[in-house]
Design a protein around this ligand. Structure first.
Ligand code: S3P
Length: 447
């Protein structure tokens, strides 16, 4: 098997204007809801990364005619909520937790059996979190002994039962799974989350003409509800650039003296902007320009100029709002003067890798004092990354990209092993990061 290594030259200056690819979460949902809608949905700005393509292929295998993607344009000929066909083979979700957990909700409402499979990383991730609520709604699901993939979801001849579900963890995937299953349930399904998580499913359902009611129960808890048995009407979706991909460029500019970078058309959904709040608390100079709205989602250009960073205690209320950005925020913390403490982030241990352990190991390998804790990390920042190191990504795209950015503060070249995974969320990361001032080469080796 070939292995892609990133060879990162130390240092660099970050300057210019970039546009990063479309939002992964919104891209997944555009295919799902477009397929279940009545009529033809058009999508622009679709992320042509392996994860979103896994969702697209799954719906093709269930009989949906989808044209594209062609330079981010996709046309979906929706089959309606009850028009999916049984796939001829198991659906391969690749590395994508979002595909798996959201699809599980949709498939639980079908009349045919489906098996979901995934790659080595996905096959270790917990699925009990979706199996529990779906089983309570009447679905019959079989997983491996540890609650992992492969997962067989049995077809049923009658609707699911609505549920009023209190999520045990802040997870947009679990919330979305329950709401999507709720489309196929008798009655009103509700999902209450312990802290705000991304609300793209709720927004997009409303955009497809399917009413979702949301109410804030207190400062943290939100309840989202919908009535089963309605219909979705096709529409146009313009996918903004992914703030999670933009985050690598924000941190690159934030840790590098003399930087001046504009990242265009970035999604600014308030359930996703924790990375900006955290970087600002650390002292980053970030200005949002040209703010406007596309298809129910706020967007803006992010203008970031270098300013010295300081270590902080990251407020726990921001954790769910920046959940995918911690690998690169740890790099910002390593570059900041003083100590940064993260708590309340145990969910990081069940992402594409255990992002607490893997990032602590990677930062220690380059000579940073990074101490993992059960639910976070303590990082003593301020120094350069003094050591030459070879880093393992552990099948995790965001580790590959975060440690590439760390190269800006390195005193010696870094080699990052197993980087083909960058393709899952950000296929053009390498040319873009080189365009703004880094020197990174991809080398093929035999694994
Ligand atoms: C996602 C939700 C988050 C996030 C993932 C995408 C989504 O996962 O980490 O990258 O699109 O709903 P959790 O729900 O597990 O927090």
């Amino acid at each position: 098997m070939t292995n892609i290594q990133f060879h990162v030259q130390p240092g660099g200056h970050i300057k210019g204007r970039v546009r990063v690819p479309g939002d992964k979460s919104i891209s997944h949902r555009s295919i799902m809801l477009g397929s279940l809608a009545e009529g033809t949905t058009t999508v622009t700005g679709f992320l042509e990364g392996a994860d979103a393509l896994a969702t697209l292929n799954a719906f093709r295998q269930m009989g949906v005619k989808i044209e594209g993607p062609d330079e981010g344009k996709v046309t979906i000929h929706g089959v309606g909520l009850h028009g999916l066909q049984p796939p001829k083979q198991p659906l391969d979700m690749g590395n994508s937790g979002t595909s798996t957990r959201l699809l599980a909700g949709i498939i639980a409402g079908q009349s045919f059996d489906v098996t979901l499979i995934g790659d080595a990383s996905l096959s270790k991730r917990p699925m009990k979190r979706v199996v529990d609520p779906l089983t309570a709604m009447g679905a019959q699901i079989e997983t491996q002994a540890g609650g992992t993939l492969p997962m067989l979801i049995k077809g049923r001849g009658k609707p699911l039962q609505a549920i009023d579900y209190i999520l045990p963890m802040a997870s947009a995937q679990v919330k979305s799974c329950v709401l999507l299953a709720g489309l196929y349930a008798d009655g009103r399904t509700c999902a209450t989350e312990p802290a705000p998580t991304r609300d793209h499913t709720e927004r997009m359902l409303n955009g497809f003409g399917y009413a979702v009611q949301t109410e804030k129960l207190d400062a943290q808890q939100t309840r989202a509800c919908l009535q089963g048995g309605g219909r979705l009407t096709a529409c146009h979706i313009d996918v903004p650039s992914d703030i999670s991909s933009a985050a690598f460029f924000m941190v690159a500019a934030a840790i590098c003296e003399g930087s001046d970078l504009v990242i265009e058309h970035v999604g600014m959904n308030p359930t996703r902007t924790g990375v900006i709040d955290i970087l600002r608390l650390m002292g980053a100079n970030i200005v949002l320009e040209n703010a406007h709205e596309v298809g129910g989602e706020p967007v803006a250009d992010v203008h970031i100029r270098y300013a010295p960073l300081k270590g902080i205690e990251i407020p726990e209320a921001l954790v769910a709002l920046a959940i995918d950005e911690f690998p690169v925020l740890f790099v910002a913390a390593a570059a900041a003067e003083g100590t940064t403490v993260l708590t309340g982030a145990e969910e990081l241990r069940v992402k594409e890798s255990d992002r607490i352990q893997v990032m602590a190991d990677a930062l220690q390998a380059v000579g940073i004092d990074a101490q993992p804790t059960p639910d976070g990390m303590i990082i003593q920042g301020g120094s350069q990354c003094p050591q030459k190191a070879k880093i393992l990504s552990h099948h995790d795209h965001r580790i590959s990209m975060a440690m590439t950015v760390a190269g800006l503060r390195a005193a010696a070249p870094l080699v990052i092993d197993d980087c083909a995974n960058v393709n899952t969320s950000f296929p053009i990361f390498l040319p873009l990061i080189n365009q703004v001032g880094m020197q990174v080469a991809a080398m093929e080796t035999v694994a």
